[in-house]
Design a protein around this ligand. Structure first.
Ligand code: NAD
Length: 378
């Protein structure tokens, strides 16, 4: 079968779903690959690199969609792209079915099969190699620290030089899931003093192992909801948390917020008052902008200065590291294709008896198969 890689069309999206390194591996499984000309441009991957890796470059998106049996993409398809899906074809990309009911309907009407990389059952250990949410969150957490360092007027690490003594920067990280932990590790590697907080107690050891200090809220309540994710906390907890965060805001040079609760708006953790209490020149990077932001003063997609504090609400952190994120995403998708083609004969089999594949498959030959049935209790 033929795998097709179109150029992403979402404004500002710089990733590409397959980088040249992966193409020989797909060939080994028996697939040939066609790539839309320019698909890798924004990630600094040239058409020539694809050709050198063994892919065929075609001039436009229509050529990719009509010539391929399997389409690998990053962003959920636009309306126009969805109309290119055809019977017998399989699409693998982000879809976010819960947020995109209209898209699900139009894709189903096309009678194709759709695998949503965001619907992977993440708790299956076998699924980890396919987990693009984790790899993308890791890139975002790293990039958030780089953005903070870029906007901050001092070194991260402490230095003693002939020109004087420089104290290390103090970084506070709110929410220590995948992105937050990547930020802890990156900021600690750069020499900052790093503190982090999360409502899920289990992450404390991970924060420490990456070089940070875990700061607790003085209130007994566990924050784990279902599937390893967070829940909305009680009023009492939130009040105690605000008091602790107010202390951290006064002390920190940089705050990076990553806190999310599935299906809910992002918890507001950094108030306008806390921003006002920060030192001039401090930086906040709010990674929860798309879900409304963790900071009251965040403007999603923008960097603004308020009360002398730079507040960065970029929602395209992964595209700001497009080559890295494309490389990791490509590997995640390659692993999906590998799982779909255990026979290594260049033909995929969407096996609904396989837990990981069942979770990923949101439309099978035109029939909506999302949400999947709850896992069997053994
Ligand atoms: P996420 O992006 O939904 O949330 C980010 C973090 O914000 C979470 O750690 C959450 O606890 C925290 N948070 C939410 N509300 C908060 C609040 N009010 N105050 C402070 N922190 C708050 O989560 P994620 O990073 O995608 O993943 C969450 C967890 O899911 C991971 O840490 C991991 O343990 C689990 N997970 C498991 C697997 C696996 O088992 N293979 C794979 C991926 C993720």
């Amino acid at each position: 079968q033929v795998i097709g890689v179109p150029k992403e069309t979402f404004p500002g999206e710089k990733r590409v779903a397959t980088v040249p390194d992966v193409i020989p591996k797909l060939a080994k499984l028996g697939f040939s690959v066609i790539v839309q000309s320019g698909a890798g441009d924004a990630a600094n991957v040239s058409d020539d690199a694809y050709v050198a890796a063994g892919a065929k470059v075609v001039p436009d998106a229509a050529g990719v969609w009509s010539g391929a049996d399997i389409i690998l993409k990053v962003r959920a398809p636009s309306k126009d792209e969805a109309n290119l899906l055809r019977e017998g074809q399989t699409l693998v990309s982000f879809i976010w079915p819960a947020q995109n009911p209209d898209l699900m309907q139009s894709l189903a009407a096309r009678k194709g099969t759709v695998l949503a990389i965001d619907s992977l059952p993440r708790t299956l250990s076998r699924a980890q190699k396919m987990d693009a949410l984790t790899s993308m969150a890791g890139v975002s957490g790293y990039r958030a620290v780089i953005e903070a360092a870029n906007a901050f007027g001092r070194f991260f690490n402490g230095q003693i030089t002939a020109a004087g003594k420089v104290p290390p920067a103090k970084v506070f990280i709110a929410g220590a899931g995948v992105a937050g932990l990547a930020a802890v590790g990156t900021a600690a590697n750069m020499g900052a003093i790093v503190r982090a907080n999360d409502t899920r107690a289990e992450v404390a050891d991970q924060v420490v192992s990456l070089g940070g200090e875990f700061v607790k809220v003085d209130y007994q309540e566990e924050g784990s909801g279902g599937g390893g994710y967070a829940k909305v906390m009680s009023e009492g907890f939130q009040k105690a948390q605000r008091e602790m965060y107010a202390q951290q805001a006064k002390d920190a040079d940089i705050i990076i917020t990553t806190a999310l609760i599935p299906g809910k708006p992002a918890p507001k953790l950094i108030t306008a008052e806390m921003v006002r209490s920060m030192k001039p020149g401090s930086v906040i990077v709010d990674m929860a902008g798309e879900q409304g932001g963790n900071c009251e003063l965040t403007e999603p997609g923008q960097a603004v200065v308020k009360h002398g504090v730079t507040i960065i609400g970029y929602t395209d952190l992964v595209s700001r590291l497009a080559k890295q994120s494309s490389t990791l995403y490509s590997t995640n998708l390659f692993r999906v294709v590998e799982e779909l083609c255990k026979t290594k004969d260049g033909v995929i089999n969407v096996n609904m008896d396989d837990d990981a594949i069942r979770g990923l498959t949101v439309i099978k030959e035109g029939a909506v198969t999302w949400p999947p049935p709850p896992p069997k209790v053994s």
